[in-house]
Design a protein around this ligand. Sequence first.
Ligand code: SAH
Length: 355
Amino acid sequence: MNNTSMNKDIENALDLLRSGLLPDRQALTALIENDDPQTADILVKEADACKKKYYGNKVYIRGLIEFTNYCRNDCYYCGIRRSQSSVSRYRLTADDILSCCEAGYDLGFRTFVLQGGEDPWWNDDRLAALVEAIRKKYPDCAITLSAGEKSRGSYQRLFDAGADRYLLRHETANPCHYEKLHPADLSWQNRMECLRDLKAIGYQTGCGFMVGSPFQTADDLARELLFLKEFQPHMVGIGPFLPAAGTPFEREKAGSAKLTIRLLSIIRLLLPKVLLPATTALGTADEDGRERGILAGANVIMPNLSPAEVRKKYLLYDNKIATGDEAAESVAHLRQSMADIGYQVVTDRGDSLNT
Ligand code: SAH
């Protein structure tokens, strides 16, 4: 592709995005590959204006509770995959988790996100009882689960117990790419079916992917964007891929914060009402990543509410930030750093505007 046609593609893509229309795969690829700072500025400004139209200057916070790092899966990228023998495994008890919620509630959190590996000990009976206990104690809070692939029946049971939202990144919209990131016992078809089940049950549903995961191309990223537009998730979680020692991908190149930020802006323009976190991985890849993400279209931050002694054990990737502003105790500081860039952290469930 020569320069002139590339510029035309980009202008075309920007025009369509501005009018709420969907550029084609080629135009999206050109926008993703483009590295021009002026285009980056335009995207950030337009994404910010688009978000403000629906959400003003509000930033929603979610208290992230990493409740178990046991996992039966062996995803090639993940630092807590089954084969990581060096990981010191832990599992919070229901009481531990309720204490995290209590501390979080006092700090102003009105959403609790329970994330973990696929831990068979946390079966439906135990998880449903936990969700019921949180629901009973905190009727004004949203409960988000992020505990991997389950049957439709299990998802329904957890929904009936009181869970409102579910995060399950699809990881890639390209089934061939999925096979390069996962062993053969995990299937792209099943993951996508899980997402459809979650939405059909009535969960506010989040999907997402890593930016710069091994073998990912710009065309794959364009396919991600087309998939998001079609699936219409309530939430989208994206962050740069970061290598984790001991995994098959330990020597792979990390994804870039800059490209992640560009994608956040494009996603905001494609899905104006979406709930879009500036993730911990983005904050790890770039020390100002979370602020830059918020300025570029993101509107959610998920500080860590897990007990301090287990934070260093939930290492999905190397160098995960775990002592500074990402910690829920620093919420006062987070409020200040958001105020400094013109945003207000609110005490609010922050539900999807699409329900
Ligand atoms: N077991 C749950 C939670 C997985 S961890 C599930 O299957 O949904 C949450 C997300 O962290 C994953 O979906 C993946 O996108 C991301 N992640 C895992 N390893 C990572 C790495 N090395 N770099 C960046 N993100 C990673």
